[in-house]
Structures are given as C-alpha cells and as structure tokens.
Design a binder for this molecule. Sequence first.
Ligand code: HEM
Length: 401
Amino acid sequence: MSDVDLTDPALIDDPYPTLAEWRSQGPMLRAQDGRWVATTHAAVGATLRDRALGRIWSDWQPVEEMEPFNFLHRNQLMENEPPEHTRMRRLLAGAFAKGHVERMRPRIEELAEAMLDDLDPDPARPLDILATYAEPMPVFVIADLLGVPREDHVRLRDWSQAIVHMYEQGVDETTRQAAVRASVDFAAYVREVIEMRRERPGEDLVSDLIAERDDDAAGFTDDELVATVVLLLNAGHEASVNTFGNGLVSLLHHPDQLRRITSGEVSAATALEELIRFDAPLQMFERTATQDVEIAGANIRAGETVACLMGSANRDADVFGDDSLTGADAFDVSRDPNPHVGFGLGRHFCLGAPLARVELEVTLRRLLARFPSIALSDTPPRRPTWVLRGYESVPVNLTFA
Ligand code: HEM
C-alpha cells in the first residue's frame, strides 16, 4: 500500500521532510486515494506542459445547490482548456497588456507608504503585519485595477476566502455552504460593477474587458465576464497575502539573509523569487488526462488525475543543487536564476505574475526600508490548510532603524 497520503495533517506544519521522502521514492507516485503524484521539477513541468492533460472542471454535487459556485468556475479561463481557454486568455492578456500593470506601480508605492504611516511602531505593542499591511494591500491593488471601490475590500476578501477554501482536501458542509453564499453575493456584486462601467466606462480593466466583449465577436460572453472578474479578485488576493506572510517569516527566521536585502546587497525583486520558491503559497495543482499518456515513466490513463506538487518541485536538488548554503533546502535570497514553479508553467502560467511581482516587491522593499529591525514577537500560527499554505497572523515588533 502506498504511503503517499495527500491529506496527512503533517503536511500543514512543515511539508518539506515528507515531500523530500516522496521525491526520493520517484518522480511519479501513486497516492493512497489512487491519484498520480508528480514529485520532481521535471515531472511537474512535464505534466503542466503536456497537451494530453488539462484542468478539467467537474461540477460539485449536489449540482442544483452548488450551481452558483459551479457557474463561476465553469465560465472562467482557469478552469477551461483550448479552444475556450486560448480565446479567453488572449482577451484577458490583451486587456492586461494595455499598460495597466505599469500604471499601477506609482499607486502601489503610494499605497504602501500611506499604510506604513498608519502602523504604530511601539515595541511594547506587537502587531499583526498580515492584518494591518499585507492583507489589505493586494485587495486594494486588484480593486484599483478593476475599478471597484477600495472601501469594499473587506467584503471582497471575505467572499474570496469563502470560495478558495473549497480548493483544500476534504471539504466539509459548512465550507460548502459558505462558498455557495459567497458565490451568489460575489456574482451579484460583479454584475452591478459591470453595469456601472458599461454606462460610465473608466480607465480600468473591467471597462476594457467590456469594450472587448462588446466589440469582438469572439469576446467574453456575459457569464464569462462575471466569472473572469471574480477569478481576478480571487486569484489576485489569497496567493499574494500568503506569499508575503510565508516569505517574511522565512526572512525573519534567517536574519543573515534579511540583512543582505536591507544592506542593499540583494534587491527585493531578486529576493522575492526566493521567497516564493522556498515556501510556496500554492503547494499543489491537479491535472486530468484526456487521453492515455506517458509522463516521467508512468502510464497515465485517460480520466486519471495527477497531483502536481509545486512545493516539492521547488525543493528539487536536481535543479537547485544540494549545497548546504545555496542548494534546494537553503534559503538564499541572491539565487539567480531561480526557475521555481510558484507561478505554474505551461498554458495556465499565472497571468497576474507581473502584477504580483510589482506589488510584492514594493510591499517588501518599503516595509524593510521603514523598519529594517522588524522581528517576530511570537511564533506565527499556521493556517490549518496545506494546499493554500499561509499563516493566520504574523505578529511582529516594529522599530525604526
Ligand atoms: C494562475 C500563482 C497572483 C491571476 C495561476 C497559477 C499559479 C498562480 C500557480 C496556475 C494555476 C494552474 O496551473 O492550474 C500565483 C501566485 C500569486 C498570484 C503565487 C501571488 C504571488 C495573481 C494575481 C492575479 C493572478 C495578482 C491577477 C491579477 C491569475 C490568473 C490565472 C492564474 C488569471 C489563470 C491563468 C490561466 O488559467 O490561463 N496563478 N498567482 N494571479 N493567476 Fe496567479
């Protein structure tokens, strides 16, 4: 019997010893529940790139009750494969390419400064840097990009969290019900935003997507437009917060590496790639085979599923080496090149990566410039999930240099 249990609670605290053990057993294993498991960088890459495997959406049961949730997924690009995926991705990439990300940079710099001004650097009173700084930031940024009011960020965050909790292993009834309620409210909210922008177009991404939908015969359908805006609000939030939390804690556990950034030896942009690699916020993605295919020596049959372990691929010594100071298990902020798979690979490669990189680089650089002596004030508690890997809170002491 296989010892690969994708629901093992040990994966939550520290998945890396277990992932190393699985990698040592081979590139493509069978989990206890029958799924294939890609453990190495090469096997994960081959699975994500092969046309014979895709993200095949299958509706949650009971379908009537789950319809609002299913609707948002069935109609968005991430859950589609060519030709629909190619069409939607082209439209969305076209809208992103209209300079939205570059236009956002000065706003993100300003936002970070304003939020840092509001933090209280009293060493007697530790604060949660996630709740006060890292969590509102990506929601503000994506809200600005899409042209929705920043004041709505708490609602947006709550809906998006209720939906992404469904991506964990072993979902319970409460989580399902919360995701359905959030899907109903989120879709209604987005429909209103679309109506508003249709009447009064602005300089935002939603206005561009509407224009494309109205001008292009191959444009988004109304349903796809709603689902895509929800996808952007979701995708743009959770992974960014968790990247920041995981990355900052890695830095605070490695003060020598933190100093390499604050001293200017290593740029925040280079370091950021290592933060994503070392403790990735998204540990696993699945693909389903649409025809029989051989990957990494395994014969995968049509209909079978492969779980791609991104966190494991990112620690593969065949790619990152095994040196104790610079190898796969070392935290080396100067690593360059850094071929991690944190943003995925192949046709679903993260469309928001350029925005996420700007946002996280600014957030990290400005925080460390203002508070170079930042330190943990307590052990940060992990969220009780492992596919979406992050912290509940990151309590810190802030002091000026
Ligand atoms: C897809 C990671 C931020 C939008 C993905 C995928 C990964 C990922 C791994 C691929 C999923 C798969 O292969 O099945 C991340 C990380 C982020 C981040 C680590 C933050 C550090 C963002 C942001 C946005 C975004 C800020 C939007 C503005 C998307 C979209 C897709 C995607 C639209 C689907 C692409 C497709 O299916 O073609 N992301 N993401 N992401 N991401 Fe991100």
